[in-house]
Write a protein that binds this ligand. Structure first.
Ligand code: AGP
Length: 604
């Protein structure tokens, strides 16, 4: 939620900051801003809306001398998306950018206002810069004042602050929100919320830990840890491959990512299956010793993949499994027993609610496992054990390939457990592995299928709502299909278990109610079909997705006749993703950056 960048050096500071923000725009894009301090003078620009507006405003601004600069792209938490609320926020002679939430900002703001400080914005962030300047007046040492300020903040933050009092330094602090610093071959320093903006500039990067704070200058990076001990940066080599972050000729990142699913699933399988068994080198089988239950916790799409896991874990591995929405789990005083393996699932590894549940589980002494797409993310760094999903950088805010790889990992993990517990025979495992190998081809987008969905999409641009319905594993897929459509089309959609429609929602049935029915041939076909017939008898408009012809449907998207429902699941996943995409395109929406959303939700 929000992205921050920083740079200190002699290169073109403005371009470096804007390019960095472009890479982070998926994290929030309701306003953006930069502040550059060079030869003792500040220049600052802000603009509401996407980054192009800021680029336009800064087109005549030239940065060709040594400078320190900070930038921010915002996803509003406190205060509307206006220019005044955009970062960087100004004190008297300092600017700050911040990602996260300052929980005690109201109290600090009140105290500062009582002392005569005027606030220009409604944000929580502005208190940081005023508090810093208040402390600076007392200490006259900018770093001490910054340190004092950080100790007075409660909440989550990644902060960069620049001040005329020390005009050749950037002060930083990190607690709960992601941030790293990198160096290039000239020893210039760069900050960012994730490593993508630094690819192409930096050779080495240091990921800050929670509680880290300090400063950088032209010559040094000074880091203090949460115990106020000075620590050396722990540099890691940064990848140089930015190709994966480009659109490759597709109209949208989401489209590219749907098409990429075949090869990222192949990557996810790589080295993890032989002909006869599932192998997870990253797992120590002891992780499952004494475990009677698996609890899965996540948000959004990752929650839907966790739901699919609950079907597979119980069916194949006979392990009791429960699934929790992270934001609920946090505050409901949950029972946490030591015989539970606590699994969190997250594409980004930064989602605040999910991260917090992981911390809770660790504090309660539970064994933890993270299923994540981003190595070095906060969750990965915290967990006992991690399985990486290998989906590659996912840029579309609406998650697609991350979901596909999560479900693949869960399928493999359920078989791994089935092996451990001998709940499936050798031949059944072998059969399942053959099916796993067939997934990359099942999710390959066929031109004819994409064309058909493109054509059909024009009939689904209105109506009073969508129901995506399915049974068993196809229920979480229905939830996911509805979430995809909601996110990028702004049309109301719900996912529902097919058999539950008659308990209420069927009252909504009329020609303007669109039902997207998932009808796999190999799983409860007859039962699901009856549920769809009930809807079509009440004149709902039905679009059936099935390998079998279905004459009660208004529209029919025919999928392949796979030998098993898991392959049907993966093909139907692609169909619902493409349907949402094409509806959104026809409605003229921004597919990759839908309104009000952010890629990485690092606030609760
Ligand atoms: C997916 O399309 C969403 N944008 C969203 O629900 C997302 O899955 C959720 O915020 C969780 O994110 P995570 O997987 O990075 O933790």
């Amino acid at each position: 939620m929000c992205g921050i960048v920083g740079y200190i050096g002699k290169k073109n500071t403005k371009e470096i900051l804007l390019e960095g923000l472009k890479e982070l725009e998926y994290r929030g894009y309701d306003s953006a801003g930069i502040a550059v301090l060079s030869e003792g003078e500040f220049a600052s620009y802000k603009a509401v809306g996407k980054l192009v507006n800021l680029e336009e405003k800064t087109k005549d601004f030239i940065t060709d001398k040594f400078a320190v600069g900070i930038g921010h792209t915002r996803w509003a938490t406190h205060g509307k998306p206006t220019e005044l609320n955009a970062h960087p926020h100004l004190g008297e002679s300092s600017y700050v950018v911040h990602n996260g939430i300052i929980e005690n900002y109201a109290q600090l703001k009140k105290e500062l206002q009582n002392e005569g400080i005027t606030f220009l914005s409604q944000t929580d962030t502005e208190v940081i810069v005023h508090q810093f300047e208040k402390n600076l007046k007392k200490s006259e040492d900018a770093f001490q004042a910054f340190k004092q300020t950080i100790s007075e903040l409660d909440g989550a933050y990644a902060i960069l602050l620049v001040t005329k009092a020390e005009d050749k330094k950037i002060f930083f602090a990190k607690n709960g929100s992601p941030m790293l610093v990198g160096i290039d071959t000239d020893n210039d320093k760069y900050f960012a919320s994730s490593d993508t903006p630094l690819i192409g500039h930096c050779t080495d990067v240091n990921y800050f830990e929670d509680g880290d704070y300090g400063y950088v200058s032209a010559d040094e990076i000074v880091i203090f840890d949460k115990n106020h001990q000075q620590v050396e940066p722990k540099f890691k080599k940064l990848s140089t491959n930015k190709l994966s972050a480009q659109k490759d000729g597709y109209r949208f990142f989401m489209e590219k990512e749907i098409y990429e699913q075949s090869h990222v699933i192949a990557d996810t399988l790589l080295g993890r299956i032989s002909d006869t068994e599932v192998i997870f080198e990253e797992l120590d089988a002891k992780l499952f010793d004494g475990i009677a239950e698996i609890k899965l916790c996540a948000c959004g799409t990752s929650y839907h993949s966790a739901l699919t896991a609950s079907y597979m874990f119980e069916r194949y591995a006979k392990v009791k499994t429960s699934v929790e929405i992270a934001s609920e789990f946090r505050y409901r005083d949950p029972m946490m027993t030591q015989d539970t393996l606590f699994v969190v699932i997250s594409q980004s590894g930064e989602t605040a609610d999910t991260l917090e549940t992981l911390k809770m589980a660790k504090a309660a002494g539970l064994k933890t496992l993270v299923i994540c797409n981003v190595d070095n993310s906060s969750m990965v760094r915290l967990a006992n054990t991690t399985i990486l999903t290998r989906a590659g950088i996912e840029k579309g805010v609406a998650s697609t390939k991350a979901f596909a790889t999560q479900v693949t990992v869960f399928w493999m993990l359920s078989l791994y457990l089935a092996q451990l517990k001998s709940t499936l025979s050798q031949s059944a495992i072998k059969e399942q592995i053959e099916l796993l190998r067939a997934v990359p081809s099942a999710v390959k987008v066929q031109d004819s299928m994409h064309e058909r969905i493109k054509r059909l999409s024009k009939r689904y641009l209105h109506g009073h709502g969508f129901f995506f319905i399915g049974r068993d594993l196809f229920f979480p897929l229905a939830l996911e299909g509805a979430l995809k459509l909601k996110e990028i089309s702004y049309l109301h959609a719900e996912g529902y278990p097919s058999g539950e429609m008659k308990h209420g929602p069927i009252a909504l049935a009329d020609p303007e109610l669109f039902t997207i029915a998932l009808l796999p041939k190999n799983l409860l076909y007859e039962k699901s079909k009856s549920n769809v017939e009930e809807l079509s008898a009440r004149d709902a408009t039905v679009c059936a997705i099935s390998p079998l012809e279905f004459d009660k449907a208004d529209d029919f998207i025919q999928t392949k006749k796979h030998p098993n429902y898991m392959l049907e699941f993966f093909e139907m996943m692609v169909v619902v993703q493409l349907l949402s995409l094409e509806i959104s395109v026809r409605l003229g929406n921004d597919v990759d950056m839908p309104r009000n959303l952010a890629k990485s939700v690092t606030v609760e």
